[in-house]
Ligand binder design. Structure first.
Ligand SMILES: NC(=O)c1ccc[n+]([C@@H]2O[C@H](COP(=O)([O-])OP(=O)(O)OC[C@H]3O[C@@H](n4cnc5c(N)ncnc54)[C@H](OP(=O)(O)O)[C@@H]3O)[C@@H](O)[C@H]2O)c1
Length: 165
């Protein structure tokens, strides 16, 4: 299982339920990496998608404590562990943790790789963060891309590997 996330220079990922940056090249990469795979996400992140609809052409497993929650095209589970159980049998590199903050925190240690998009800018405001992998034991940088300049942001793709798995 892998994780995919965009962080700013302070490892912030969101503010008031939304993303911090609009990065078209990053979005294309996200789409291409996750396409035809299975994504695991929190109910709040699902609500940030257009119309609250699941990501097309992917199996969407949504975590919610609300036992009445349901939405078309989505499989709902009550815990992160239940998401893993439901996804058991999925090819490892086709299973993606896509956020938000609480789901990343819950499942990070179970991920082999984090496909991190590191933005040099600092978002003016943020309320949701990703763990700082440079300070977390067991995480090593495997690959760093060239810089991308877009919408006033400079960023790059940094792949981290979990040496404990
Ligand atoms: N930068 C990025 O790459 C990126 C990616 C994704 C999201 N984000 C941002 O992250 C923010 C959302 O993150 P978030 O942490 O607030 O919300 P979230 O993780 O997307 O969703 C939280 C919800 O998931 C359910 N949940 C979480 N942990 C659970 C557990 N252990 N057991 C059962 N249910 C659980 C609960 O749903 P119920 O309330 O229904 O019970 C909870 O309210 C937004 O700002 C979003 O834009 C950023």
């Amino acid at each position: 299982m892998n994780c995919i996330v965009v962080v700013d220079r302070n490892w912030a990922i969101g503010h008031e339920g939304g993303l911090l940056f609009s990065l078209p090249t990053d979005m294309k990469r996200f789409r291409s990496l996750t396409m035809d795979g299975t994504v695991i996400l929190g109910r709040k992140t699902l609500d940030t998608f257009p119309g609250g609809k699941p990501l097309p052409k992917r199996r969407n497993i949504v975590i919610s404590r609300n036992s009445e929650f349901q939405r078309e095209g989505v499989e709902v589970v009550a815990t992160p562990q239940a998401a893993l159980e439901l996804a058991a049998g999925t090819e490892d590199d086709k299973l993606w943790v896509i956020g938000g903050g609480s789901v990343y925190t819950a499942l990070l240690s179970r991920c082999k790789r984090v496909y991190l998009t590191k933005v040099d800018n600092a978002a003016p405001e943020a309320d949701t963060f990703f763990p700082n992998l440079d300070k977390l034991p067991g995480w090593e940088v495997e690959r760093v891309s060239e810089d991308v300049e877009e919408n006033g942001c400079t960023y790059r793709f940094v792949d981290y590997v979990n040496t404990k798995l």
